[in-house]
Ligand binder design. Structure first.
Ligand code: 6PG
Length: 233
């Protein structure tokens, strides 16, 4: 999927995000009979997932759910990405339980949890949903992280520069191999990171969200406010 910018008014953001995710899911199920989708955590996706749960005509039985990253907390912890997705989407649509693959980041042996999750991932994700932090991180790939050089493993344990610090994250090879990547970003606070990710040349090391540069970016006007006209296209 070539880079595709969807810049909308703040009040249209949730629906625009849900429409893009539904569009990719439908195309994947039509082409391959299934959609292996890794969901982003954080707060931005929550209303988008709620809106997605109301989209008509999606074949939820063909959806296989994974996660881009998870914090090392129990699955019912307020900081859990799984809990956010479960409340906003997974409990609202009929996805078979055996097709929901959360990262068991509450386990004492986090390295084993990451390795087992990496083995469960499909060869290629059909859909990877990502957010972006003000520092340009995505998933739990932070600027300067050693994990940005990981070329073999598909999920690793990292220490984030902000709590919850211990996390499991997908690695760059998994991000790069996704058939479709959708980045969701809203608010003035993301404008600088969005500009660095989309409109400035530079290394992924400095701005890991550049890994998703070729994907679809759903932005509200505030998050897109530092992009010059014509960037992206
Ligand atoms: C996480 C996400 C992370 C998130 C960004 C943006 O676990 O928090 O994987 O990459 O997408 O930090 O977070 P907000 O949507 O809360 O701004």
């Amino acid at each position: 999927m070539d880079r595709d910018l969807r810049i909308v008014a703040p009040e249209a953001f949730d629906e625009a995000g849900a429409d893009v995710l539904a569009e990719v899911m439908r195309a994947s199920v039509e082409a391959r009979g299934r959609c292996a989708a890794a969901l982003s955590g954080g707060s931005t996706p929550r209303p988008v997932y709620r809106r997605l749960a109301r989209v008509e005509g999606l074949d939820w039985s063909a959806l296989h759910v994974y996660f881009g990253d998870e914090r090392a907390v129990p699955p019912d912890d307020p900081e859990s990405n799984y809990r956010m997705a479960r409340e906003a989407l997974l409990d609202r649509v009929p996805i078979p339980g055996g097709q929901q693959h959360r990262i068991e980041a509450e386990r004492e042996d986090l390295e084993s949890a990451a390795a087992e999750y990496g083995r469960r991932l499909p060869d290629r994700l059909d859909l990877l949903v990502l957010g972006i932090g003000a520092d340009g991180h995505t998933a739990s790939l932070f600027p300067g992280s050693w994990a940005l050089d990981e070329a073999l493993r598909r999920a690793v344990v990292v220490d984030a520069p902000r709590p919850p610090t211990r996390r499991v994250t997908l690695t760059p090879p998994v991000v790069r191999s996704a058939r479709a990547t959708v980045v969701l970003a809203a608010g003035e606070g993301k404008a600088g990171a969005v500009r660095r990710a989309l409109a400035e040349e530079g290394e992924v090391r400095a701005c890991p969200a550049r890994l998703a540069r070729g994907g679809t970016w759903v932005l509200d006007r505030a998050a897109a406010s530092e992009l010059e006209a014509g960037v992206g296209g």
